[in-house]
Design a protein around this ligand. Structure first.
Ligand code: ADP
Ligand code: MG
Length: 401
């Protein structure tokens, strides 16, 4: 028989994805069924397929043995697509300030700023910009009832963490591990059940309203789903400009409009796009709008909650490159949340691993493959489907010569 599988694991965690794919492969082998698998993930292709065809604009541009196509693609489009995906264990090849992914999108004209006077590399002894001390959050399910059907979810469980000024701190964990809740607690978008949050030396629990308003400006969010982050009925320019006035970044509407145009240009959109509604943008452009809204306030800390999880691989590359550029030009600190370990390893300086509400360990991204990693971290590593078989780890590729 023949089984069509159209993106069967697109919305799943790496761990579950691997289980489902392996199950599918076993069943197909036992029942001698052929599979036509549709995906945008080259790791999935590499793990499952003997042959692969690459489509663009409704046409097949390349078809061949998977190993052959991945190792030596003959079409330019295939080459660009493959190179736009961060590959686990390749960080040492793309290290430092110049970290970049190949960007398949048509060249975007973005306005660049000179990097701010080089901030010294973050040091452990410097005052952290964000300090979480033993923070916990419990959600009561079955809300109003007082009976036996009430249960408590401990979404974040006594997490302590310091984010250093100037670093990109990556938070990874399976879905439901508490990453988004931690992000919202960090910026006082949710009340804590226990613990304390300190932003640049100020304990949020002690801060008065004016101070909190100030902090709101210095601390901004970019969430996964740009569609729900934006109001569909308001022009995006107004959505960027209003907080500027409300939070005191702009003295008046004229100044806010000027800052809005500049922010749009910084993320590679035309200044005039402010007159458009969210639906008039592509998914990648909408995520740029959300980033523009955040950086227009000139924040110091940006919390990015799965900012590229909803995007295809080439749009993801564009957005990741944009974020890396903006970080240097605007001297930002990122708390970068994701569930794709290859993306986290590529983007981040340090990494923290969450599971069931707990922060299991933190380490430098350069040490991801060091011995002694927590078993849950190793499980996340094992579930990554590398594009190239040799990319399993730098150690392994060295060992193989
Ligand atoms: P992640 O971002 O890692 O996927 P979340 O922080 O969204 O995880 O969720 C952690 C846990 O808390 C999950 O079990 C989730 O169902 C639960 N949770 C999150 N928000 C709420 C809420 N508002 N009410 C009840 N439970 C919630
Ligand atoms: Mg989340």
């Amino acid at each position: 028989g023949l089984l069509f599988a159209d993106g069967p694991t697109t919305a799943l965690d790496a761990t579950i994805q691997k289980q489902i794919l392996d199950l599918l492969l076993d069943l197909a082998a036992e029942t001698r069924t052929a599979i036509l698998l549709i995906t945008h993930d080259f790791g999935v292709v590499s793990h499952t397929s003997s042959r692969v065809a690459v489509m663009r604009h409704g046409a097949i541009v390349e078809v061949g043995e998977t190993a052959q196509v991945l190792a030596a693609p003959s079409h330019e489009y295939t080459r660009t697509l493959i190179a736009s995906v961060p590959e686990i264990g390749q960080r040492h090849l793309q290290g430092g300030r110049e970290r970049r992914l190949l960007d398949a999108a048509p060249a975007t004209q973005r306005v660049h700023l000179a990097d701010r006077p080089a901030a010294a590399a973050p040091r452990a002894e410097d005052a952290p910009i964000l300090t979480l001390r033993e923070i916990s959050k419990e959600f009561v399910l079955g809300g109003l009832g007082t009976g036996h059907d009430r249960s408590v979810v401990r979404a974040v469980d006594a997490v302590s963490l310091e984010v250093r000024r100037g670093e990109i701190f990556g938070l990874i964990g399976e879905s439901g591990s508490g990453k988004s809740t931690l992000a919202r607690l960090s910026g006082a978008l949710l009340p804590l059940t226990a613990g304390s949050v300190t932003f640049d030396g100020v304990d949020l629990a002690d801060a008065d309203a004016a101070t909190v308003r100030q902090l709101r400006r210095r601390f901004q969010y970019v969430f996964q789903d740009a569609t729900t982050a934006l109001n569909p009925r308001i022009k995006v320019g107004d959505q960027i400009a209003r907080p500027l006035v409300r939070l005191g970044k702009a003295a008046n509407r004229k100044e806010a409009a000027e800052l809005t145009r500049r922010a749009l240009e910084l993320v590679g959109l035309k200044a005039g796009y402010g007159d458009r509604y969210p639906r008039e943008f592509s998914g990648g452009q909408r995520q740029r709008v959300v980033i523009a809204r955040a950086i227009a306030l000139e924040p110091e800390l940006l919390v990015l909650d799965e900012p590229t999880s909803a995007l295809d691989v080439s749009t993801q590359a564009t957005i990741l490159n944009l974020l890396l550029d903006l970080k240097h030009e605007l001297n930002l600190t990122y708390l970068f949340i994701g569930h794709n370990l290859a993306v986290i390893e590529f983007v981040c300086d340090r990494i923290g691993v969450m599971q069931h509400g707990s922060l299991l360990e933190t380490f430098s991204a350069d040490d991801l493959f060091q011995p002694g990693r927590h078993p849950a971290t190793r499980a996340l590593l094992d579930s990554v489907l590398p594009i190239h078989a040799h990319a399993a780890s730098p150690e392994e590729s060295r060992a193989r010569g």
